[in-house]
Write a protein that binds this ligand. Sequence first.
Ligand SMILES: C[S@@+](CC[C@H](N)C(=O)[O-])C[C@H]1O[C@@H](n2cnc3c(N)ncnc32)[C@H](O)[C@@H]1O
Length: 326
Amino acid sequence: MTASHANDSVPENQLLQGDCVELMGQLPSGCVELAFADPPFNIGYHYDIYQDRRRDEEYLDWSRRWMGEVVRVLSPRGTFWLAIGDEYAAELKWIATRELGLVCRNWVVWYYTFGVHCKAKFSRSHAHLFYFVKHPKQFTFNDQEIRVPSARQLVYADARANPRGRVPDDTWILRPQDVPWAFRAEEDTWFFPRVCGTFKERATWHSCQMPEQLLGRIIRCCSNPGELVLDPFAGSGTTLAVAKKLGRRWLGMELSPRYVQEAQKRLDSIQPGDPLQGSENPLVSSPPTGTAPARTPGRTRRRRLVRSRSKQPEGQQQLFSGEAES
Ligand SMILES: C[S@@+](CC[C@H](N)C(=O)[O-])C[C@H]1O[C@@H](n2cnc3c(N)ncnc32)[C@H](O)[C@@H]1O
């Protein structure tokens, strides 16, 4: 499908084939509530058309152009999430904030398993997810949509736990199997398994497919039903598929006609309200633990928190940090 819209109209629920800089250039300013971009990382990755190895300056100039268009089409209260690898994370954050005026709310690390095994250095197991907004104070953040069970709920069966759980954080984790008490659903590093070759979710014709659950968290949190979600580098169509399932309007762009054709089949095969692929909470199960004393009426929450912290063995104290707010 190619772009067939007038300058002042906004195509929706479409996947457009072509160069995203040109296609976004045809959109009116301020029409998008949430943009998610997972551009080529300029690391020599194999795509069917796009050549993923350019000189630094060329890649950065191009990044400036497409990010400039994203910022232009974002609504004044809009949000932009950028997925990027180590090689250009710092540069693209600089461009987004210092040159294009976005505000960075979080630098989220997405920890993934099943990365390529390196024998002579540490295997890469993460990507960067920048959470930018246009306005420092006015933006959509539906915390109730993305809360996860807290350690108090999962590990300690603590009667003081907020039954609504807590907002996920962002933290350093080494290997999940080395820290069995960590990496529970609420932990700071986002733990979504990569969509590896054997997974049912995997579209075999595209090799950098993002997990639906990761997009689910972003779209639920940073947009509302009926709002327009844009992905200028649609690839296998994950962002669009999740937006459709979650009842958002969606608009995608993709250079490769073949990817567009395949992604379109994926989009045609799903309906609003369909469940997302994958487990929302891969670590929701936890080892059984003892039950903490129930909340005593009349005592302040803060005092109880301090007391409980001081009783914890050192390694477990961290699990309580920030709990006072949740
Ligand atoms: C990292 S992949 C995106 C994967 C996607 N997030 C998913 O879940 O499938 C980047 C995609 O950008 C596409 N692409 C590269 N240059 C483009 C351009 N100028 N306009 C639109 N798409 C482009 C590539 O063909 C590739 O499919």
